[in-house]
Design a protein around this ligand. Structure first.
Ligand code: FAD
Length: 281
């Protein structure tokens, strides 16, 4: 963890772009509540293949107009170099200087991988076309990406993104702090010293979390899964247990020297704010 302790801590909150006017209003309210916590930036996800292109841009611009740093996510799968260059030019013209560069996942059965196959190629493209304009974040996986051939291969692929010019990384969420500590140590041995900020998923709804976790390869430890299952539909118990578990995880990560936290807010202010308060941040 030594390389991580040298970085200043950054705290950030992730949103997805709302689909309806009602969702947009709800997100505005969420953002106002989270602004009080003074995050370094808000990030906004991007639907693979460009499906949320305009909504991601609108959400990012609104955050920026409110006086906060906004980091759009950009995924390359299913897009051409020209599409990506256009999106980068839009962000640049709007004065956005921070981006989260991903490969993305196309829905199964969707056609066309696109011209850039992996996130390292996207990072290289961003650097080729826009130089140092953007602060580029990438994703990484302490419990390894589900499509990786092996843990070693996945680490090597993460290194490609760093070598292509990534400035920092945000992890997939996890509930096992040791997986993160080991991952960071393995990265250090490969010479990766950029900030690796843990991605934090508050626990709210067990079936939704189980579905997400199956798809993205994040493990819900047996003891957490069984306790949540035992709560059944008792929303209050799930909430209370989830807050305890995730606050303890965050505390362990920060005590060991993690360079901040990135919250997957799911467009809700409540759980993130409560964890924040309990951590005394
Ligand atoms: P990559 O780094 O390209 O890796 C994908 C897989 O390919 C891995 O298994 C890797 O080991 C392997 N690989 C990588 N490079 C090579 C190579 N050169 N040769 C062979 N194999 C290689 N998805 C969205 O659609 N929109 C979002 O906004 C979004 N935001 C995210 C934010 C964070 C912080 C995280 C952790 C994930 C996010 N995702 C998002 C999900 C992400 O797109 C998926 O996890 C996707 O499957 C992988 O994206 P990646 O950028 O990590 O891909």
């Amino acid at each position: 963890m030594e390389s991580q302790k040298r970085h200043p801590r950054t705290y950030s909150f992730e949103f997805f772009p709302p689909k309806t006017a009602e969702g947009a209003e709800k997100l505005r309210e969420t953002r106002r509540q989270l602004e009080a916590l003074q995050p370094k930036f808000f990030s906004v996800t991007f639907g693979a293949g460009g499906s949320t292109r305009d909504r991601t841009l609108d959400t990012v611009l609104e955050i920026q107009r409110a006086g906060f740093e906004a980091a759009p996510h950009l995924s390359c799968v299913g897009s051409t170099r020209r599409d990506i260059a256009e999106i980068l030019a839009q962000y640049r013209a709007a004065g956005i200087r921070h981006i989260v560069a991903l490969r993305g996942d196309l829905p199964s059965g969707a056609m066309g991988v696109g011209e850039l196959r992996y996130a390292n190629e996207l990072v290289a493209f961003i650097r080729e076309t826009t130089g140092d304009w953007f602060h580029v974040e990438v994703a990484c996986y302490p419990e390894f990406h589900p499509q990786a051939k092996s843990p070693r291969d996945d680490l090597g692929n993460f290194k490609r993104k760093v070598d292509a010019g990534a400035n920092a990384a945000i992890t997939q969420y996890f509930y096992n702090a040791d997986a993160y500590f080991r991952f960071v140590d393995d990265c250090e041995r490969l010479g990766i010293t950029i900030p690796i900020v843990p991605g934090i998923m508050p626990i709210g709804n067990f079936s939704q979390l189980a579905r997400f976790s199956d798809a993205c390869g994040a493990e819900i430890p047996r003891w957490i899964r069984l306790k949540l299952q035992a709560c059944a539909d008792d929303v209050e118990s799930i909430r209370a247990f989830g807050l305890d578990v995730v606050t303890d995880l965050c505390r362990r990560l920060l005590d060991a020297g993690a360079p901040g936290l990135h919250f997957y807010t799911m467009n809700q202010a409540g759980p993130t704010t409560e964890i924040w308060k309990r951590l005394g941040l």
